[in-house]
Design a protein around this ligand. Structure first.
Ligand SMILES: [Zn+2]
Length: 111
């Protein structure tokens, strides 16, 4: 099976991971025989989905339509936000310890 990548940041999304999938296909209307394109699945990791949803509206009608759907999902309940938050916490945990020390030193000096 091909690994799924986030369209925006290209990070790999494991099956069962929280993510947002946008399904897309096109078909002709009023034309016989009806033509149907192959279906496409576009995935976003939680961070990108949340960041897109909270960001400014994109350019282009198709992007606007997808943006509206992603906003609907992200605003419906907090689990995507939580997943994005958790992975952000993971990144912060990987930062060198010095970063945190510098900050507390600065706070101490400021106080
Ligand atoms: Zn992403």
């Amino acid at each position: 099976m091909q690994p799924i990548c986030c369209l925006r940041c290209r990070c790999e999304i494991q099956s069962g991971d929280k993510s947002v999938a946008v399904y897309m296909f096109a078909q002709t209307v009023g034309v016989r025989p009806r033509q149907k394109s192959s279906a496409n699945r576009i995935c976003f990791c939680p961070q990108c989905a949340v960041s897109l949803a909270m960001g400014l509206p994109p350019d282009g009608a198709l992007n606007m339509a997808a943006w509206g759907m992603i906003r609907e999902l992200v605003s419906a309940e907090p689990s995507l936000n939580e997943a994005a938050w958790e992975s952000l916490r993971g990144v912060v945990g990987l930062l060198p310890a010095g970063v945190e020390d510098d900050r507390s030193n600065r706070l101490r000096r400021a106080g």
